[in-house]
Design a protein around this ligand. Sequence first.
Ligand code: MG
Length: 380
Amino acid sequence: MNEHVTELAAWAVSEAISRGRVHAEPRPKTRGEFQRDRDRIVHSTAFRRLEYKTQVFVNHEGDLFRTRLTHSIEVAQIARSIARALSLNDDQTEAIALAHDLGHTPFGHAGQDALNECMAAHGGFEHNLQSLRIVDRLEERYGAFDGLNLMFETRAGILKHCAPATARELGELGNRFLEDRRPSLEAQICNLADEIAYNNHDVDDGLRSGLITLEQLEQISLFARHARQALLEFPTLVGRRLIHETVRRVIDAQVTDLLTETQQRIAANGIKTLADVERAPPLVGFSAAMQAENRELKTFLRTELYRHYQVVRMTNKARRVIRDLFAAFLAEPRLLPPQYQASGEQEGMPRVIADYIAGMTDRYAIKEHRRLFDVGYLEP
Ligand code: MG
């Protein structure tokens, strides 16, 4: 395989067939348009906030656990490798992967669910839509426009799912949901790379935290098989090295399986163009056997890690922080920083409160909660 694939597949996302940016800009001189997208995402404020947002474990619980930032970098690494191996647009894939979690609230899924409940009567809250809202509107970095003014295809890749009513509001970007078209292969790759990354790093973080054990994981076929392989090669291996030698084999097996299956589906569906990709069934995927093993691992993680009582205690507290903050701001918008009060008058206070809360890091949300509710806490 080439070290660097320069020739893109005919069905890859490319500048030549791009629908471009909402606000016309001169072409970059030294890099491609999708590299520019990636660079804008890396320099954004929302990207830096990911460093202090929960993946599974709240940011202050340990320095070695994944955060949304390291998770996004791992997703980008896996997605980029897959894209390059399939002669797809790896720059664009990387841009989507790095942006895919920008809209996440503090405290992971518990935070998103709580904010969605708070917003039930005001249009709801969905982190995926929020990622798009950040790159389209909320980032304040350019004189000529709000947001990052990303390429159409990058924005489309960020928008993974979307209800019909929202799709209609989004115009051209929402059309694929109304016309039942699939996203580009680059976007499909990011979706699966996300899954590969979190299943594997949650195993690693779960073991590190002591909430799950190696003995439990030996019941899970995907993990057990690759642990046996690692021990065949290194019979005396124990502890962290055994975990890492196992996890790297699982990631490799999943990526290899996905590449083989995806290549077969591309051939079987006679894909010749990007339009063919959009009309075909999902093309990026695992074999049936790998899918079954993945499901077993996911079920294990859900019951043993995500629903572990110590995790539930944390997420329960997190939900309360989000609910308290939302209720306090809605009852008294003058508690909000002045720029949010001003936007609230234009956009409706609930949406602006959701933007403010969603933008918080874990520790900022905790501190804000203390400022508002702890009468003994004297910092304004
Ligand atoms: Mg993710």
